[in-house]
Ligand binder design. Structure first.
Ligand SMILES: Cc1cc2nc3c(=O)[nH]c(=O)nc-3n(C[C@H](O)[C@H](O)[C@H](O)COP(=O)(O)OP(=O)(O)OC[C@H]3O[C@@H](n4cnc5c(N)ncnc54)[C@H](O)[C@@H]3O)c2cc1C
Length: 425
């Protein structure tokens, strides 16, 4: 017994904070390392963020995009501790959790992701919804059903659904809302004429999908407009009130439900972790992904920021960074030096709606239309964790896109009177 216990003590302990793309990739990469790996997450599930907007717009169930972290950890010979990290005690080599618990490490990977930022726009945090967590998406869907029911009961009322931000999340959400109006609402709320519901996308820049090639950006705007989305470019939101946006040019825009998809930053609580932060509060790392000034602490995914080589905040870089950080820990434990992280660009994709998507692959390959859309569906279904989730997502997406009208089978929400769920850290 003594021997076993001593041996256990000699096995390096790796703590991975965050069970998103980066954290899970790190745990997967360490599976055969023989180290004692513990995943820490504030939730008991890992969220597949790229399909959250489908949950928000009644196409998918919240369970379709969630996978139990404990099951994943067990499959990958790791442990799991639920808890929100509130501080990193680098001197004691421990992460401190909100419930007062402490988890000791020899090596640490911080992969806690980022969250919605409102850029200090007055009223934005109070009066808009985010689509960043599973709780956010459920709140949007519940509120959407609530607003639609109110409009169905009041023949004189109209409904203005507004999306702020023309990045992939904003474009995908606006496209899905337009589709909801075209087919879903018509079937589920026959009292509501199409012209009583307006979907507006507001973007401060002169284009949507700024990370994509200009031809793909133009395609996305054309497709959105074709689907009935009003796209306002070069429009800056100055303040948000309960039922309208106040624009920087002095005009107002009616908004009964606003989804805020204008940007992300590290959570405010990361300030308390006592680690160096850069743009958007992200944790500063060196070329090998070690946190600046720290020998045993790495950061990966959306939360990590190397000013010399900033990464797009997307799933492929997060996965590669998580795996790289894990590899460097194995090297350090073996007495070797670390290697620089090099991103292998796998391309980028966004969908606008049925039969319309954009895909940009390395080597100047650009796809649009039904082929890109099928590629987008396939990619997302394959990337989901768990066969059951893949099957139910495929079925729900097929129902949404292939059955007309799909509205009678909308995955509906409650009818709350409350405002967005502001998720605890
Ligand atoms: C709506 C939406 C659509 C997107 N679509 C795409 C897409 O189509 N393609 C693409 O490549 N990317 C997309 N992205 C971006 C992609 O999802 C992120 O880049 C990716 O999730 C980042 O992975 P991560 O591991 O760094 O963080 P995350 O996946 O955000 O995971 C972070 C984890 O850390 C946990 N956590 C956070 N704080 C704490 C704490 N204090 N203590 C403990 N645990 C904590 C969280 O619960 C979470 O599980 C999308 C994002 C959103 C929001």
């Amino acid at each position: 017994m003594l021997l076993i216990s001593n041996r256990r003590c000699q096995v390096p302990r790796v703590v991975v904070v965050g069970a998103g793309f980066a954290g899970l990739a790190a745990a997967r990469a360490l599976r055969r390392s023989g180290m004692a790996v513990t995943l820490v997450d504030r939730h008991v599930y890992s969220t597949f963020q790229p399909l959250l907007y489908q949950v928000a717009t009644g196409g998918l169930n919240p369970g379709d995009v969630a996978y139990p972290v404990r099951a994943y950890a067990t499959q990958h010979r790791a442990g799991f501790r639920r808890g929100a990290v509130v501080r990193v005690d680098t001197a004691a080599r421990q992460v401190v959790l909100a419930d007062g618990g402490r988890v000791s490490y020899d090596y640490l990977i911080l992969a806690g992701g980022v969250t919605t930022t409102h850029f200090g726009v007055p009223g934005a945090a109070q009066h808009t919804f985010a689509v960043y967590t599973r709780g956010d998406a459920i709140a949007v869907r519940d509120a959407l059903m609530d607003r639609l029911e109110t409009v169905a009961e009041s023949p004189d009322r109209r409904l203005d659904l507004v999306v702020v931000g023309g990045g992939p999340t904003g474009v995908e959400t606006a496209g899905a809302l337009a589709e909801l109006c075209d087919t879903g609402i018509r079937a589920a709320f026959p009292e509501i004429a199409r012209d009583r519901v307006r979907v507006l996308l507001v973007e401060r820049g002169e284009d949507v999908l700024s990370g994509f090639h200009p031809s793909l950006r133009r395609y996305a705007v054309r497709q959105l407009r074709h689907r009935g989305v009003q796209v306002r470019l070069g429009a800056t939101v100055a303040a948000v009130e309960a039922d309208r946006l106040c624009m920087a040019d002095g005009t107002t825009v009616p908004a009964e439900l606003t989804v805020w998809a204008a940007g992300v930053a590290a959570a405010d609580q990361v300030r308390d972790w006592g680690l160096p932060q850069g743009a958007g509060g992200r944790i500063l790392v060196g070329p090998d992904l070690r946190v600046l000034g720290e020998d045993r602490v790495f950061a990966a995914g959306d939360l990590a920021f190397d000013p010399q080589a900033p990464m797009p905040q997307l799933a492929p870089p997060a996965i590669q960074m998580g795996a790289h950080a894990a590899g460097q820990i194995e090297r350090l434990a073996a007495g070797l030096g670390t290697k620089q992280f090099r991103y292998r660009d796998k391309g980028n994709a966004a969908t606008i709606g049925r039969s319309a998507a954009v895909i940009e692959l390395p080597g100047l390959v650009r796809l649009t239309g039904p082929i890109a859309w099928l590629g987008w569906v396939g990619l997302h279904v394959v990337m989901l964790l768990g066969a059951r989730n893949r099957l139910s997502t495929l079925l729900n997406l097929a129902w949404r896109y292939l059955s007309r009208p799909y509205g009678r089978n909308l995955i509906v929400g409650d009818s709350p009177s409350r405002l967005p769920i502001q998720e605890a850290a």
